[in-house]
Design a protein around this ligand. Structure first.
Ligand SMILES: Nc1ncnc2c1ncn2[C@@H]1O[C@H](COP(=O)(O)OP(=O)(O)OP(=O)(O)O)[C@@H](O)[C@H]1O
Ligand SMILES: [Mg+2]
Length: 409
């Protein structure tokens, strides 16, 4: 589990001359386990940066003495190539010019005040994951990675991929993994994994007065594959007992307990799904090669841009890539104007036998391209492919498996 990762908290330098803003930010950051240092103006910020080498800067654009743009420019010109400190600029202006100016000055991200603390924390986590050494990513932030699986349309295989990726991360990469069924009304995991209705689940934890580690330990179920499970309620009418906020809290509580938190999202694009997307380090948008999928993928990508998600946050996973649909990968990429990051091969027999037996295919020893491409996918995630930096495009994970299959299929 994650205990060994909770060594050093990331230190965040908050640069803002407004005492109120400082207080609110400090509170939110300390709650997440970060250390906080303050500067009231640009000159003090530079001094502290040089003396203290914080892990990340929250930099108001309009601080006195030397404004945020100048501070960012100075830091970028003085830090060595190896020492990139992530900077999130905070500004009151919504227009695009200010954002561009901030990014040009060297900020990695620009957030318009007022913002939701959950959004700020998600961005901090994502930047620390990209730039800071692992042991400096903060007490909670350094630990589990939250991977959300979302189907571009019904039946594309989001649940199959979430379950089997969770198992492959555990069996193939030796990681501690929890799988969360966030299809609260009609969650399928009890069927896919051959578990009865009597097992506890997320509702039992989310309705506790305090959602803490102990409450979660009481309801986590162990699966034969070795992964942990947080199940959806067996009856749809209890789903609404879990609010989006409670789900966010559950996921954050799980972060220090597991190396991976794999979430199978509901198909509805609602507050619950958005809350999960916000907390997630990576959203795997699962699609098949058909027009309806492509249309929905475009909509979700556009939503991600509107929400200012980092461009690598949503990654495309083409499932059943070797089935013949009349649309190939290149055509799909051309339509989407976006690379398809991963491919998982088609194998109806293996997938449906697994489902009917309640034994996920990732548990089988199999020569199937489906199993092979799935393990390749999990390996790429574990190598860090899922938080790809824009400068270093990641290889298509399905690699040998699905690519070979594309040619022969
Ligand atoms: N790579 C694959 N090759 C062949 N069949 C697959 C593959 N992936 C999934 N399937 C099959 O597709 C069907 C739908 O899968 P699944 O339930 O995982 O999709 P979903 O996106 O979660 O659907 P829902 O919208 O109902 O939640 C299942 O019968 C499953 O066995
Ligand atoms: Mg599903």
């Amino acid at each position: 589990m994650g205990e060994q990762l909770q060594k050093v908290a990331a230190r965040i330098l908050v640069v803002d001359d407004d005492a109120n803003v400082q207080r609110v930010l400090t509170f939110a950051l300390r709650q997440e386990g970060y250390e906080v240092v303050h500067a009231r103006d640009g000159a003090e910020a530079l001094k502290l940066w040089a003396a203290d080498r914080p892990s990340l800067l929250l930099l108001d654009a309009t601080v006195p003495k030397m404004d945020g743009y100048q501070v960012a420019t100075r830091i970028r010109s003085e830090e060595g190539r190896a020492g990139h400190v992530p900077i999130i600029m905070l500004g009151a202006e919504t227009d695009i010019e200010h954002k561009i100016r901030g990014l040009r000055a060297g900020a990695d991200d620009y957030l318009v005040k007022p913002f939701h603390s959950a959004e700020l924390l998600a961005r901090i986590r994502s930047l620390l994951a990209r730039f800071a050494p692992r042991e400096l990513q903060g007490a909670r932030a350094s630990t589990g990675r939250v991977l959300a699986f979302y189907g571009a349309k019904g039946g594309v295989g989001a649940t199959s991929l979430a379950i089997n990726t969770a198992i492959a991360l555990h069996r193939g990469a030796g990681r501690s993994v929890i799988l969360v069924d966030a299809n609260l009304q009609f969650g399928d995991h009890r069927v896919f994994l051959d578990l009865g209705k009597d097992r506890k689940g997320v509702v039992d934890a989310a309705t506790e007065a305090q959602i803490d580690t102990e409450a979660l330990r009481q309801v986590i179920v162990r699966h034969d594959s070795g992964i942990a499970l947080l199940l959806a309620p067996p009856a749809p009418e209890t789903a609404e007992l879990v609010t989006p906020e409670a789900m966010g809290q559950v996921l954050r509580q799980l972060e220090p307990m597991f190396e991976y938190i794999v979430v199978d999202c509901d198909r509805r694009m609602d507050e619950m799904t958005l809350q999960i997307f916000d907390v997630a380090d990576t959203v795997f948008l699962v699609l098949t090669a058909d027009l309806l999928s492509l249309k929905n993928v475009s909509l979700v990508l556009e939503m991600g841009r509107n929400l200012d998600y980092h461009r690598d946050k949503i990654q495309l996973v083409l499932n059943r890539s070797t089935s013949i649909t009349g649309i190939n990968v290149k055509q799909a990429e051309a339509v989407l104007k976006q690379r398809i990051h991963y491919e998982i091969a088609n194998d109806h027999k293996v997938a449906s036998t697994a489902l009917n037996n309640g034994a996920p295919f990732a548990m089988e020893k199999s020569e199937s391209l489906l199993v092979k491409s799935l393990y390749d996918f999990a390996r790429a995630i574990d190598r860090g492919g899922a938080v790809a930096s824009p400068q270093t495009p990641q290889p298509v994970a399905a690699g040998a498996g699905a690519q070979a299959a594309v040619k022969t299929g």
